[in-house]
Structures are given as C-alpha cells and as structure tokens.
Design a protein around this ligand. Structure first.
Ligand code: PMP
Length: 401
C-alpha cells in the first residue's frame, strides 16, 4: 500500500482552473478572462518599457547573486513604503514604519497574517469583505486567524452595500481585524468613494478595529498611484496604525518575479526596530530571505527619476486601455439590445468587472463561445482587446437573451 493512498484529490483552484480549461480549448476564437494579468491590445503579455530599461541598467552594473537580508533589499522596501504612504507622511518622516520585502502580495498577506496571529493582542478574527479575492480565506486561515466576513457587495444594484457594510463594522467585537482592499476591489471592481472611505475610517477608529489594507493594484484603478493610495493615506493621517500588503505584480507587470512588501505603522523608531526583529523571526523559517531580481527592478524604477516618470505613464496606459474596453463593452451591449442594466461595467474600477452573469450563463459562454471566466461572473477586463471585444459582446448578448 502506498504511503499516500489516503490523500484525497483536492478541488482545482477556482481561478487558475479557468486557465487550464482555456489552454485545453483549441478553438481560435477562445478568450481567457479568468486570471487577472494585464494583456496588451493584441492579447499578449506586456513587459513594461521601464522594466526593460531597469533590467538593462542592472545588467550593466554586473550584479552579484548573494543572499538578501531576511527583510529584503533596503532600497526597495524604503521606496515601496514611500509609494504607498507618501514621502511626507508622519510614519515615514518619523521613521516608524516596520517593513519587510515579501513574495509578492500573497506573501505579504501571509506574513501579516502570521504576525498578527502571534502578536496582535486584541483578537484573532479577521473580517473579509463578501466577496473577496478567493485566496484571502485560505491565506488567513493557514496563518492561524479565524476568518469571518462583512457585507460589501449588493447584488441588486451591482454596487457597494454601504449600509450593510457600516452595520457590520458597528457590530464587530472591539479590536477585530478588518481586511480592506485599498483600491480596485477584487472581484467586484466596486470601491467606496473618498467620502465613504472617510466614514469607514471614522467607524473603524471609533470601534477600535484594526485595519489591514491589501493594496494589490496601486495605480490600476485610476491610472494614478497617488489617487489610488487615498484610503491608505487617509487612515494613516487620521492617526490609525495600519497593516499594509503591497504587490508589484500588476502595476509593474512583475507577476512571476514575486515582488511585494508588508508593513506596519508603529509608534516610534524603537518600536519599529522591535517589530522588525519579530518580522524577521516570522520570515526566516518560511523562506529565509526573498528573491533578488524583481526587487532590484522595482527599486531601480522607483528611485531613478526618468524611469519613474516612464513607469507612471505606463501605469496610466494600462489603466486607460482597460477603461476604454469598459466603454466599448457597455456601448456594444446596449446597441445589441442586451436585456438588463449594464452601467456597472463602466462604473466599476480596476482589472475586474463583476458582470452579473449567472453560473449557467458563464458555463454557456465556455461551452458555446470558448470564453472562459470564473463561475461568479467576474471577468478580467485586461483580457479584452480591439480584436475580441465585438465577439465577446455578441456572445454575452446571446447567452443573456
Ligand atoms: N490581493 C488581491 C486582492 C489580489 O487580487 C491579488 C492578485 N490576484 C493579490 C492580493 C496577490 O497577488 P500576488 O501574490 O501575485 O502579488
């Protein structure tokens, strides 16, 4: 008898499973709208010009392949914190942000979960928006936290359930941890307005809840990294100590390089040093130290003025292409007299749109039109382009009719 004969087969990953089905389909019209990875207008992966230049520059410096420190490349973590908090923010000017490099956003969330599970004194429960990115629940559960949800999305309006969200925040036990998507909420594409963020921030502060921001799309929502940092900066300027996960997968197109950061706002440099010493103790037995190459690319872009400017332009270009696809999809669906209200396609933000398509409709799209999306009706807008938008619109219109 084999040692592993009792291991049951696990279910396929709900998002990455879509890519597998797409790959197996041989129809030339096929479209993959499952995974959230940017594609250019020819449907091809896009390596940013700023990234290529940063790599060429790095090559010219003849870099070594030594280990990084446990908390990563210092120039990178410093620049990442500056991008998120703003150079003039109190935590940065007072040197009180504890930060570590991470294996992209996923790793940042996992380090944060593990750190909170070990040291957060008030609660071991984290509340996620309903719905949230599918990996949040297993990440936090495997980090040792209990996972609960708060109301976020209103199916009827295909928008934010702001009243439900506020009620749920008010009824959470004092000290609970609340996960917030900093911008470009995944999977819904529905973000609070700045006014709503201000109310959420006040409520969280009053109830002494602990805000944990997941910022996987800074720049992708509006095309501007400063505007997309509004929520994070507002909470921090109101005096709240936040936890923050950052990913450079989307905004620098560094998906497979795994570049991210986890940070905590602390009281002062002495506390920051204590917290960082414990972050090291969390990281060391997980993977010892993070990968070099992507962090070097990101820190080069973030610290060289010319490359930074070029990158800002490229972030805007990606965001704008997605926004233009939203406009075209909306116009097409309306001109095809597709039953239903489609305004949310345009008002939603970021990489994704929660279309409102039902499970049977998404199934029909795969079987009849070779179009692949997650069963919840989420589409990655970045998978649409000038060549497939009309075919996609017509196919959606047909399955809805
Ligand atoms: N958080 C959210 C909300 C995401 O959508 C993603 C990527 N899909 C991540 C975190 C982490 O991605 P990565 O580990 O590739 O940075």
């Amino acid at each position: 008898l084999s040692t592993w004969s009792a291991v049951p087969a696990g279910p396929p990953d709900p998002i990455l499973g879509v890519t597998e089905a797409f790959k197996a389909d041989k129809d030339p019209r096929k479209i993959n709208l499952g995974v959230g990875a940017y594609r250019d207008d020819n449907g091809k992966p896009y390596v940013l010009g700023s990234v290529k230049k940063a790599e060429a520059f790095l090559e010219s410096t003849n870099p070594d392949k030594e280990y990084l420190p446990i908390t990563g490349l210092p120039e990178f973590t410093k620049a990442a914190a500056k991008l998120a908090y703003g150079a003039d923010s109190t935590p940065l000017t007072t040197n009180s942000v504890a930060v570590t490099q991470s294996i992209s956003g996923t790793g940042a969330l996992r380090i944060g979960g593990a750190f909170l599970s070990r040291f957060y004194p008030h609660s071991k429960t984290i509340y996620l928006p309903n719905p949230s990115w599918g990996n949040h629940t297993p990440i936090f559960r495997d980090s040792g936290l209990e996972v609960k949800t708060y109301r976020y999305f209103d199916k009827k309006t295909v928008g934010l359930d702001f009243a439900g969200l506020k009620e749920d925040l008010k009824s959470m036990p004092v000290g609970s941890i609340v996960l917030l998507h900093a911008c470009a909420h995944n999977p819904t594409g529905v973000d609070p307005t700045p006014e709503q963020w201000t109310e959420i921030s006040d409520l969280i502060q009053e109830k002494q809840l602990f805000p944990f921001f997941d910022m996987a799309y800074q720049g992708f929502a509006s095309g501007n990294t400063t505007r997309d940092a509004f929520a994070v900066r507002h909470f921090v300027s109101s005096g709240q100590q936040i936890a923050l996960s950052q990913s450079f997968a989307k905004n620098m197109g560094l998906y497979g390089e795994r570049v991210g950061a986890f940070s905590l706002v602390t009281a002062d440099p002495e506390e920051k040093a204590r917290v960082e010493s414990q972050l090291k103790i969390v990281v060391r037995p997980m993977y010892s130290n993070p990968p070099l190459h992507g962090a070097r690319i990101a820190s080069t872009i973030l610290t060289k003025e010319e490359l930074y400017k070029e990158w800002e332009g490229e972030v805007k270009l990606m965001a704008d292409r997605i926004i233009s696809m939203r406009d075209r999809l909306y116009d097409n669906l309306v001109s095809l007299s597709t039953p239903g209200e489609w305004g949310h396609i345009k008002s939603q933000i970021g990489m994704f749109s929660f279309t409102g398509l039902t499970q049977p409709q998404t199934k029909a799209l795969a079987e009849k039109a070779h179009i692949y999306l997650t069963a919840d009706g989420r589409i990655s807008m970045a998978g649409l382009n000038g060549n497939n938008i009309d075919y996609f619109s017509e196919s959606v219109s047909k399955v809805v009719k």
